[in-house]
Design a protein around this ligand. Structure first.
Ligand SMILES: [Zn+2]
Length: 211
């Protein structure tokens, strides 16, 4: 097994430390002997990071012979499939930039994601991003607090779009990414769920005793 340094230490990517660490194995569960059609990893390892003491759940996949962190999810929360794939791709690239500590690139990718949302919603006029979001708000498609949040994020303005000589901070990049995620959820997950709920409720119910 390539990843085992000694019987109790494993090499793993720690999401808290954000780099490869040695983790101490606390316990493990393997594939039961009698199960042949096992589709999942063949071994799950509960371990503790030797640098930050954070808990990690790792999975060992036989075909690739490697340990992967499955909790906490190193890639962040999975976005819903109701979000258009092109927008999910932009957002996941923004996340990758944050992981790589490329904070200005995060701002650029978040802007692209939000511009994509506006375009997808039919707001394509050439105007600053915040003006497009304001337009979506006026049409009743963006909630007021999301707009306020977008207006307050300086990185969504010139700082993220053009050369200003000012670096984007980690905090600003993290906030921008969180806003993009909230906006995608609001626009494509909550809104459509709510519309479906309203449609279901407006359907005439069958009279009592007829079911
Ligand atoms: Zn750690």
């Amino acid at each position: 097994m390539v990843d085992y340094v000694d019987p109790e230490l494993v090499l793993a990517e720690c999401p808290y430390c954000e780099h490869a660490v040695l983790a101490r194995e606390i316990g493990a569960l393997g594939k039961p002997e009698h199960v042949n059609n096992w589709k999942w990893a063949w071994r799950y390892v509960l371990a503790r990071c030797t640098e930050c003491s954070g808990p990690l759940l790792l999975a060992h996949d036989a075909p690739w012979d490697r340990l992967e962190s499955i909790w906490p999810n190193p890639h962040g929360r999975e976005l819903s499939n109701s979000i258009p794939e092109a927008l999910r791709r932009e957002h996941s690239e923004a996340r990758a930039c944050l992981k790589a500590k490329a904070y200005t690139a995060v701002a650029v990718m978040v802007r692209r994601t939000l511009e994509g949302v506006c375009a997808d919603q039919g707001v394509t006029r050439r105007q600053p991003l915040v003006a497009s979001l304001r337009e979506l708000h006026q049409q009743g498609r963006i909630e007021g607090r999301l707009l306020e949040w977008a207006e307050a994020l300086r990185v969504l303005g010139n700082q993220g779009a053009h050369y200003t000589g000012v670096q984007v901070s980690r905090e600003d990049a993290t906030d921008a990414l969180a806003l993009a995620e909230a906006l995608l959820d609001y626009m494509y997950v909550f809104t459509s769920q709510y519309e479906a709920f309203k449609a279901r409720r407006s359907q005439p119910r069958s009279a009592p005793g007829t079911e």
